[in-house]
Ligand binder design. Structure first.
Ligand code: ADP
Ligand code: MG
Length: 628
């Protein structure tokens, strides 16, 4: 909620609308207390007095009534009717929508066809017909306006409810034995409430206008009672000779509707869950780069090298240091593993390579990423676009989320191929079949016509890999590609990646949180903690003799098949939040061997034998060292 409020308060227009509406509301509420003339007392001797005349600040109308007083009383009435109509329409409409959407089936059909019938009539005509049937009068106008808006709410809310009705959390509520009305109240309603508020805030302005329209036609408020619409209607005859009589209520309608709409838009932007994640601020095509130091000299050797890469998220005044100076290198035909707990900055490191971190809030604040010696940080967008999916390709964790659900996998492969290669449709299709065969999908000619949901998780991930291979990349960055798969499928995918790397001389950066996977596939491994590499070296020796206490604890967490009974050591505590990293070692608070010096100043990643370790008191392995 506070996040929504922050987002809202940064929207100047919405804030202005809110302030204006607040003033108008305050005035409307205070009308009975203000020293105003009686709005309904006529005085024909004083007809059409201009604004700023004695005793009538806004002048008088055709019956000599005080316009200021009528305006304020009229505003009060119009606002009350508008809000009442919106509340009634939203309540009834949402109730209909939730019931129809949740129960579904025949009930849904009957209700929604009824709603469709209401929607088939032009809006204002329907309102007119209702008022004609009920008789003129403000209350009947209110009913008419509310009634014609019910279908809008019902349709909207039904759509949302249908989407929610079979979500896992609703099924879970069913399993826990809640009755359907209880589920509606506790599970569905809280989820549709923001949508109702949004729909209301954007339609109140409309409803005030519609009520004013009915009053303007003489079907709403009846003389002498003033509302904004009837004031306009009565002023119509004197529009040319005494324009102030229509300008006064007209301007008020404009102010009210404008302020409500601005406020409504602001509320929608702040509450809409789809916009909350920062989508409102439209991410840039490539991550913003603001290097705070010199570009590091190339010292590492490899086809892809990261040198002192720093990526931060600037959220408000907070700086989340997700990646704090990572240096890595991978050579052709080599597989480099990156391992670490969730949140240690593995994905952000991988995405920074080709500027895929969303900006805002992401900013690359330092370091270099060199592909064949060319620095990609701050490279022109066109260059990055050519590299992405071309020379450097990605494989992500969840292929169901990265494949488009409505296109056949073959078409998606063709699209990936044509994005980088100037091939005709037929050649691209042939290549797509070839790719599916390469990733060992049986029957590729038939499989290219499948939709993603028609494939199993393992098959989909193979398609993901095929897509990464589409443009013969030199480097593949795989971000937890097997985490969503079961172990047997995982083993197949790993052996496939291993074969591909050997046959195509691919450099693979393989991100995972599973040491078993690292052991199977990777030549070298880098262990990340709180945005930094804490240990890096050949996989075998890191696994057999971890030097950093964190690595040692991570390995101790892994159960071993056939290894007999032993205590599995969970690491106590949590990693530090990346916007409040401590001085010195980030692991200090969870380390059994911590000493005061560990908390003073930066600890460098120091070379030790065949690897590099960021620790002042690394673990010792006497037997192993003796053997060396
Ligand atoms: P993982 O190692 O699990 O892949 P990530 O690289 O995704 O971790 O995240 C590293 C850190 O960056 C986490 O602390 C996360 O909270 C933060 N982070 C990631 N994306 C964003 C974002 N869009 N805005 C703010 N913080 C983010
Ligand atoms: Mg991740």
């Amino acid at each position: 909620m506070t996040a929504a409020f922050l987002l809202f308060s940064r929207n100047r227009m919405a804030l202005a609308g809110g302030v204006i509406l607040f003033i108008v509301l305050l005035l409307a509420l205070a009308v009975p207390l203000l020293p105003l003339a009686d709005p309904d007392v006529t005085n024909t001797a004083n007809r059409f007095r201009p604004p700023f005349s004695d005793g009538a600040l806004l002048g008088t109308d055709h019956l000599g009534r005080d316009l200021l007083s009528r305006l304020l009383w009229g505003t009060r009435l119009s606002l009350a009717v508008g809000f009442a109509a919106a509340t009634i329409a939203a309540t009834i409409g949402a109730a209909i929508g939730v019931v129809a959407g949740f129960y579904g089936g025949r009930l849904d059909n009957i209700i929604m066809r009824g709603v469709d019938m209401l929607m088939a009539f032009p809006y204002i005509l329907l309102a007119l017909a209702i008022v004609a049937a009920l008789g003129p009068g403000l209350l009947n106008a209110l009913i008419a306006v509310a009634a014609v808006n019910v279908p809008f709410f019902a349709r909207n809310i039904r759509g949302i409810t249908v989407g929610l009705a079979h979500k896992e959390f609703v099924d879970a509520a069913r399993l826990s034995g809640l009755s359907r009305p209880q589920i509606i109240l506790t599970e569905i309603l809280p989820n549709v409430l923001p949508v109702i508020v949004i729909a209301m805030s954007t339609t109140i302005g409309w409803m005030i206008l519609e009520t004013a329209g009915l009053s303007f036609l003489g079907l709403g408020s009846q003389p002498p009672q003033a509302d904004l619409g009837s004031m306009l209607g009565e002023a119509r005859a004197a529009l040319i000779s005494h324009p102030h009589t229509s300008v006064v209520p007209g301007v008020m309608i404009l102010i009210i509707v404008m302020s409500i709409n601005l406020l409504g838009d602001g509320i929608r932007d702040a509450l809409d869950p789809r916009l909350k994640s920062g989508a409102l601020s439209r991410p840039m095509a490539a991550t913003r780069v603001k290097r705070e130091g010199p570009v590091p000299e190339p010292t590492l050797d490899g086809i892809l090298t990261l040198e002192g890469l720093k990526t931060e998220f600037h959220v408000g005044t907070r700086r989340l240091r997700a990646v704090g100076g990572v240096s890595l290198a991978v050579r052709p035909g080599e597989c480099l593993g990156i391992i670490g707990e969730s949140g240690s900055g593995k994905s952000v490191t991988a995405l920074s390579v080709t500027g895929l971190v969303a900006s805002p809030p992401g900013v690359i604040t330092g370091g270099a990423v060199r592909y064949r010696g060319e620095d990609l940080i701050g490279a022109p967008y066109e260059r990055l676009r050519a590299v992405r999916g071309g020379e450097i390709a990605y494989i992500f964790q969840d292929p169901l989320a990265t494949l488009h659900p409505l296109y056949r996998v073959g078409d998606q492969l063709v699209e990936a191929i044509q994005a980088h290669q100037n091939l005709g449709r037929k050649e691209a299709s042939a290549k797509a079949v070839e790719l599916l065969r390469d990733v060992r999908i049986p029957n590729p000619e038939r499989r290219i016509a499948n939709y993603p949901h028609e494939m199993s998780g393992g098959m989909r991930q193979r398609v993901g890999i095929a897509m990464a291979l589409a443009n013969d990349p030199e480097v593949i960055i795989a971000d937890e590609p097997t985490t969503a798969l079961d172990v047997t499928v995982q083993a197949q995918i790993l052996s496939l990646l291993d074969d591909l790397r050997r046959s195509r001389d691919l450099a693979i950066v393989f991100i995972t949180h599973d040491f078993g996977v690292v052991a199977q596939l990777c030549d070298r491994v880098a262990v990340m903690y709180a945005g930094k590499v804490v240990e890096e070296g050949p996989t075998r020796s890191v696994l057999e003799a971890p030097r950093h206490p964190y690595t040692a604890r991570l390995i101790a967490c892994v159960p071993e098949l056939g290894g007999g009974r032993r205590r599995l050591e969970a690491i106590p505590g949590l990693p530090p939040p990346v916007d409040r990293l401590p001085d010195g070692c980030a692991f200090a608070d969870r380390c059994a061997k911590v000493r005061p010096v560990c908390r003073e100043g930066d600890i460098p990643l120091a070379p030790q034998g065949d690897r590099a370790v960021r620790c002042l008191f690394p673990e010792e392995h006497p037997s192993r060292e003796a053997a060396e």
